[in-house]
Design a binder for this molecule. Structure first.
Ligand SMILES: [Fe+2]
Length: 414
């Protein structure tokens, strides 16, 4: 057994905690929920092991590995800058800064750096945009010609099947990008959000170290939690959901239940919970995908500059109520409306809520108290609704939606 697989059996902040997602039909252990890629190191201080994880997933042995370290624009100000560089000292490291949301140009540029450095591994340390940029660049680096147009094409056709392995190290919570086989790429010229998908996009390993969340700004935290909540419930009710994605989605809400009820600054226990919840939700959407809250969020981000999690969280409560009222005539899930209602009920129980109405009320209260910009309806609701329906994620919603319904949701936000 390799050192890494021994570590896989030692999830230091999860192994002694029983998961009770309060599903009516099943119980899942942490082992079952966390089975499959990415390989995982999780616990305070695990950042120090990032080099051993990278060695375990890299194809090459002998001599120091070459690593492209992808970080965000604020890397040099972060408290974890030195620990990251120290942990990667055994490697030949080149630093690549990804200051903003990844665009096709950024991905092409980063992929060229992966090639130029002859990187054996990409280590992405940052939030969702940094991890997505690193994932996309690592996958695209296998291409013979790397241009922005080729990145756009690959988003439409699927990522190359083999790229440089990625070790993802989240420094925010909520996105779950360390677990998913897709990367968001923002095509600002066309005003459209793209997704690069494929096995090569999924990180080979993830390091979840709750110490990296120390100092996470309150607005970023609130948006991240809303992203986790949206991803959790969408993976539970999606037409592509299965029992495991529903359990993972519910488990994410269970981890966040007390924070949802009583928002507060993060201590060690809360940092563990939010990181774990985000990872659960990431694994859940890796299987089930997201649905209409995420489809609506893309035009809200592109047109109104809302943070991703905030954009998802804005419509979460009304969509929750809407989907909970699904019937035979408008159910998009061939398994029928009872399955949709059961999935929502499972999430509500996990969160300690008394049904979907109570659950939606908790989300609204959290949003109202969150340190995020206030939003009072959208003058371009009709256009946002039409654009949202153009994203394939909209088709995963378990209750049929049309542009009028979505526009109504957007104009009646509390
Ligand atoms: Fe998301």
């Amino acid at each position: 057994m390799s050192a890494l697989s021994q570590h896989n059996a030692r999830l230091s902040f999860t192994r002694n905690t029983r998961v009770d997602v309060r599903m009516s039909t099943s119980r899942f252990s942490y082992d079952a929920l966390l089975a499959g890629p990415p390989r995982l190191l999780a616990g305070p201080g695990e950042l120090t092991r990032v080099a051993s994880v990278a060695e375990a997933v890299a194809d090459r042995a002998g001599g120091p590995l070459r690593a492209l370290l992808v970080v965000g624009g604020g890397f040099h100000r972060r408290s974890w800058r030195e620990p990251v560089l120290t942990a990667l000292r055994p490697f030949r490291v080149r630093l690549a800064v990804q200051p903003d949301m990844p665009t096709p140009d950024c991905v092409a540029r980063l992929a060229a750096q992966v090639r130029a450095h002859r990187a054996d591994v990409v280590v992405a340390v940052g939030g969702g945009s940094v991890m997505d940029a690193g994932k996309a660049a690592a996958a695209m680096s296998a291409e013979s010609v790397i241009t922005a147009d080729r990145v756009v094409e690959a988003c439409e056709e699927g990522a190359p099947s083999r790229g440089v392995p990625v070790v993802a190290v989240p420094t925010t919570c909520g996105t779950g990008a360390e677990a998913t086989p897709f990367a968001t790429v923002w095509d600002r010229r066309r005003g459209w959000k793209l997704s690069l998908r494929g096995g090569a996009v999924r990180p080979a390993a993830a390091v979840l170290d709750p110490d990296l969340l120390v100092g996470l700004p309150a607005d970023q935290l609130a948006a991240s939690l809303l992203d986790t909540l949206a991803q959790g419930v969408e993976a539970a009710w999606s037409t592509r959901s299965d029992e495991r994605s529903a359990a993972l989605g519910a488990a994410a809400w269970a981890e966040l239940a007390t924070l949802l009820e009583r928002p507060r600054p993060l201590g060690p226990a809360e940092r563990r919970s939010v990181l774990l919840a985000g990872h659960y939700a990431g694994r859940a959407i890796a299987t089930a995908g997201t649905t209409i809250c995420h489809a609506l969020s893309y035009p809200l981000t592109l047109r109104h500059g809302l943070r991703h999690g905030h954009a998802c969280g804005l419509t979460l409560a009304p969509v929750l109520r809407y989907n909970a009222a699904v019937g035979e005539s408008d159910c998009a899930d061939p398994r029928g409306p009872a399955r949709v209602r059961a999935a929502i009920a499972g999430v509500a129980r996990a969160a300690g809520a008394d049904g979907p109405g109570d659950l939606a009320g908790r989300v609204e209260s959290f949003l109202a108290a969150a340190p995020l910009p206030r939003v009072a309806g959208f003058g371009d609701a009709d256009r946002i609704a039409v654009e949202a329906l153009g994203y394939d994620r909209a088709a995963g919603n378990p209750r049929r939606v049309d542009a009028r319904t979505l526009a109504r949701i957007l104009t009646n936000l509390p």
